[in-house]
Every structure is written in C-alpha cells, then in structure tokens.
Design a protein around this ligand. Structure first.
Ligand SMILES: [Zn+2]
Ligand SMILES: [Zn+2]
Length: 121
C-alpha cells in the first residue's frame, strides 16, 4: 500500500529512523500507551509487543508511532508515542478524521503491510 503523497510530504525524511528509535530503542518494542487511547481495554501500560499476539484479538501486533497532537511535522520525542495498532486506531479515531490514510501511511513507513482491518472515514 503506497503512502499517499499528501501524507508522505508531511513526514520528515528521517521518519523511518525516528519511528524505529521510538518503537525499539525507547519503547523496547512494547506499546507505550498508558490509557491515552481511551478504549478502556487495559489499565496501566498496554502489554502488546511488536510481533506478538495482541491480547483480546490474538492478531499480530504491529507497533506504530502516534503523534499525540496528530501533527506529522511534530516529531519531538514528547509528541511521539509507540502504540500498537489497536491503541493507535482508537486514539486517532477519537481525534482524527484521516484515520485510515494516516494509519496506512504509518504502516507503510514502517515497511509493513497493515494486517489489521481499516475503517474508512
Ligand atoms: Zn496498545
Ligand atoms: Zn491503549
């Protein structure tokens, strides 16, 4: 799935490096969501780990990087949080109308196919 041009342009050119650093150096491959997603399926920090089965669904976790203010240009560490696709989708759904394309762009920049279902709109 190619990144939409209008989305890709908003990410810094070293986004893959930033994304990898946040997800694997800082978060150690584990979702950093501590309830920000608001989906209410975990208390404390989410236990999902990249490449492992997600609790609840059993699908394979793909760790992504969420922009807490939903602005791709803002790549300060404080604005970034490693999130599993479940947390990320729910977090964006509440705040962001471009959830599907945004999530596809994240999955694509991570070099992975989005294995999870994506809701349009
Ligand atoms: Zn999570
Ligand atoms: Zn969460």
């Amino acid at each position: 799935m190619p990144i939409r041009p209008e989305n890709k342009a908003r990410y810094p050119k070293d986004w893959p490096q930033i994304s990898n650093r946040v997800r694997f150096d800082r978060a150690q491959g584990r979702c950093e969501c501590a309830g920000e997603c608001g989906r209410g399926t975990h208390t404390g920090r989410c236990t999902n780990r990249h490449g492992s089965k997600a609790y609840g669904t059993g699908s394979i976790v793909i760790l992504t990087v969420a922009h807490l203010d939903h602005t791709p240009e803002h790549c300060d560490d404080a604005n970034l949080k490693a999130m599993c696709q479940g947390c990320h989708l729910h977090y964006d759904k509440a705040h962001h109308a471009e959830t599907a394309s945004h999530t596809r762009a994240l999955a694509a920049t991570a070099g992975m196919e989005p294995l999870f279902s994506i809701e349009e709109g």
